[in-house]
Design a protein around this ligand. Structure first.
Ligand code: NAP
Length: 312
């Protein structure tokens, strides 16, 4: 642990990469620590139509590839490690990972959020065996099969449209009778004749012997239980779950102020601990998008730079 970084960023999604870019451009010795795969949730998104300027090749992976290139260009260091502990009590902040311990003058927590699970019996056992949380990753397994998409938000409806390129039929299953998704997204889905809807419905159970074969639904208005079974010829179908995301910030509970599991910051991305900032989806905010994540990352890095200047 001999190296003391100026800025350590936990998380390599859009917020973390923007913070890395701004940190490195400000000539801070900057380290981005990512647990699994650089890019965060956006790398599992097929289309990024609402990030300003993202017109050609506007896919999640291509956008992230360009962000990474920029970080490299300005010399931000990157490492893969899973941060499991921390000590923010001293002048420099300590982060303990599974592989190493890191020390920095300022820290930006950009840990993002994970897909929310349905939480029903069978979900865990059948994940990767018909149950998926990523259309870009798994859509091609369902070529010419039937697919159910759970959720009614932007992600569910956009990914349902993407899935129609593969599946023979896609049914959006929503717990209410009105979608949450933006009207412009809804309109496209309503005019797509491969998409059907199952309203006021939730998943009670996922069943199958090693592969998804049946879904048990409940109508929340009538209480009626129904079961759909994969076509005998198909043997299986897909169940893609897009019911929102949960922040990955539990580790900081008790040290950093939170609201509903999300990290609380002021407009400068400052948490209640001086020198510790939060950026992106893990933060309390009204709009969780790439554009707001990158803005958070930029603000946090600029504020970290000011904080470090005052330290010295
Ligand atoms: P979301 O907006 O939180 O929507 C989650 C959906 O899942 C809602 O329809 C919700 O139902 C449903 N749901 C939640 N818990 C459920 C449960 N236990 N059982 C059944 N259904 C459940 O999440 P999101 O669609 O992933 O979007 C997250 C954020 O990213 C949003 O701010 C969204 O605008 C943004 N986003 C934007 C774009 C775009 O603009 N192109 C694309 C993707 C995501 P209710 O509606 O009844 O609450």
């Amino acid at each position: 642990m001999s190296v003391v970084y100026d800025l350590i960023i936990i998380g390599g999604g859009p917020a973390g990469l923007a913070a890395g870019l701004y940190g490195a451009r400000a000539r801070m010795k900057t380290l981005i620590i990512e647990k699994q795969k650089m890019g965060g949730q956006i790398v599992i998104t097929d289309e990024v139509a609402n990030y300003p300027g993202s017109v050609h090749e506007a896919t999640g992976p291509s956008l992230i590839a360009r962000m990474l290139e920029q970080c490299d260009e300005f010399g931000a260091e990157k490492v893969f490690d899973d941060i499991t502990g921390f000590d923010f009590s001293g002048t420099t902040k300590i982060l303990k990972g599974k592989h190493n311990t890191y020390e920095g003058k300022a820290v930006i927590v950009a840990t993002g959020a994970n897909p929310r699970k349905i939480g029903c019996p069978g979900e865990k056992e059948l994940t990767g065996k018909g149950v998926s949380y990523c259309a870009t990753c798994d859509a091609d397994f369902f070529q010419d099969l039937e697919v159910y998409v759970i959720g009614g938000g932007d992600t569910a409806v956009e990914e349902a449209m993407y899935l129609t390129k593969f599946a023979r039929k896609v049914t959006i299953v929503h717990r209410r009778e009105e979608l949450r998704a933006a009207k412009s997204i809804q309109e496209k889905a309503f005019s797509n004749d491969k998409i059907g809807f199952l309203w006021n419905t939730v998943v009670e159970e996922l069943k199958g012997d090693g592969i998804l074969e049946k879904i048990v639904f409940k109508n929340v208005k009538t209480g009626e239980i129904s079961e759909v079974e994969a076509d005998e010829e198909d043997g299986t179908f897909g169940c893609f779950v897009f019911t929102g995301y949960l922040p990955q910030a539990e580790m900081f509970a008790g040290t950093l102020d939170m609201e509903g599991g999300y990290l609380k910051t002021n407009d400068n991305m400052e948490t209640n601990v001086p020198g510790v900032y939060a950026a992106g989806d893990a933060r309390v905010k009204s709009l969780r998008q790439v554009v707001t994540a990158t803005a958070d990352g930029a603000i946090a890095a600029v504020q970290a730079e000011k904080y470090i200047e005052h330290m010295e």
